[in-house]
Design a protein around this ligand. Structure first.
Ligand code: NAD
Ligand code: UFG
Length: 333
């Protein structure tokens, strides 16, 4: 099977490409490098021994994306490409709507035109807004609090309407919780430009002394120790979830949470990071971050039952692998 992976040089995409290649799939990547580097291609080759076909195209360019479908005989698409920074989306909503929606519409149109009907889409736990209870099930009500989240909700609606109009489409929406960790080789991982927004990249920067102190956003939540609780999932488990989604025999429109089902607080994560790395993380409690929820973790029962999804890695592995990637890429001893 030939799989088109959009955004395949990004953080989750690159790990999934490796997993796909190791499972014997042929992979074509389209990525405009807006948030990734071409050298990831060499790293994928180093890990798997396979040189993947790569098109440096922007999915917002309709002609280009159609060219890929004209040229390659694609069987299915995994659609990771998109902008993902919540804060930036509040500052530049038009950029987010433009990039995430136009690219998806172009992709779906090209798929329809070329009779490619199978797609796996990267959605997010952000679509649950402030959940009414925990754990979060797939049938909970949906809402968004920022333009990024809105683009995910709108795309989920577009996919639902597309399926209603043509039920030969085979659509899987995967709602990711909080991916962290990196490939065991230390060659692939996450190293955002600028000051990181997300917790694990920030912890790592404090560990490497690139940043002085970790601000913990609030210690007065109704959680185990007052700090925010999230469902961290190893990016390798997440990557595996995509392969399982491709192999799923159930057709139609399917929605799955991809999380571990376990909540971990900010302080618990920092403490585990310190334990496995032997490093001290300088931290201070500051006020809550606007828009944050107290706790968010998945029920992964549906993915487990229907896809056979069973996360293998724990928080310890996630901390170690997140740090190892940065250590290796920055040649820290
Ligand atoms: P990433 O930024 O590392 O990867 C996205 C890739 O898409 C990048 O390589 C970027 O260059 C590419 N891209 C963006 N716009 C494009 C366009 N118009 N044309 C072609 N390529 C384009 O992000 P990631 O963390 O790997 O996330 C992948 C997907 O998963 C995104 O859709 C994201 O919203 C979603 N998601 C991520 C998280 C997370 O915490 N990382 C959580 C939930 C959902
Ligand atoms: N946090 C800190 N300090 C930091 C960064 C984060 O204390 O410097 C806390 C947050 O307050 C929260 C927890 O760490 O309690 C996790 O925060 P992240 O920013 O890492 O993750 P979020 O759950 O807020 O959001 C992430 C992505 C969203 C996505 C969501 C669900 O950024 O895009 O997960 O998948 F929608």
């Amino acid at each position: 099977m030939k799989i088109l992976v959009t955004g395949g040089l990004g953080y989750i995409g690159s790990h999934t490409v490796v997993e796909l290649l190791e499972e014997g799939y042929e992979v074509i990547i389209v990525d405009n490098l807006v948030n990734s580097k071409r050298e990831v291609l060499d790293k994928i080759k180093k890990i798997t021994g396979i040189a993947v076909t790569f098109y440096e195209y922007d999915l917002c360019d309709k002609e280009k994306i159609n060219l890929v479908f004209d040229k390659e005989k694609i069987d299915a698409v995994i659609h990771f490409a998109g902008l993902k920074a919540v804060g930036e989306s509040v500052e530049k909503p038009l950029l987010y709507y433009q990039n995430n929606l136009i690219s998806t519409l172009n992709l779906l149109e090209a798929m329809q035109k070329h009779n490619v009907k199978k797609i796996v889409f990267s959605s997010s736990a952000t679509v649950y807004g402030n959940p009414k209870s925990l754990p979060i099930y797939e049938d909970f009500s949906l809402s968004a609090t920022n333009p990024y989240g809105n683009t995910k909700l709108i795309i989920e609606n577009i996919l639902t309407d597309l399926y209603k109009s043509d039920n030969s489409f085979d659509i899987t929406i995967l709602r990711y919780f909080n991916p962290i960790g990196s490939h065991k080789s230390g060659l692939l991982g996450e190293d955002p430009n600028g000051i990181p927004n997300n917790l694990m990249p920030y912890i790592v920067r404090v560990a490497t002394h690139e940043l002085d102190v970790l601000n913990i956003y609030g210690s007065d939540y109704d959680t185990v120790d007052g700090t925010g609780v999230r469902d961290y999932i190893h990016v390798l488990d997440l990557a595996n979830g995509h392969v399982l989604a491709l192999k799923n025999n159930k057709s139609g429109l399917k929605i799955y949470n991809l999380g571990t089902g376990k909540g971990t607080s900010v302080l618990e994560l920092v403490t585990m990071f310190e334990k496995v790395t032997g490093l001290k993380i300088n931290k201070k409690i500051v006020s809550r971050r606007e828009g944050d929820v107290a706790a968010c973790y998945a029920s992964n029962e549906k993915a487990s039952k229907e896809l056979g999804f069973k996360p293998k890695y724990n928080i310890e592995d996630m901390c170690l692998d997140s740090y190892n990637y940065i250590k290796k890429s920055k040649e820290i001893n």
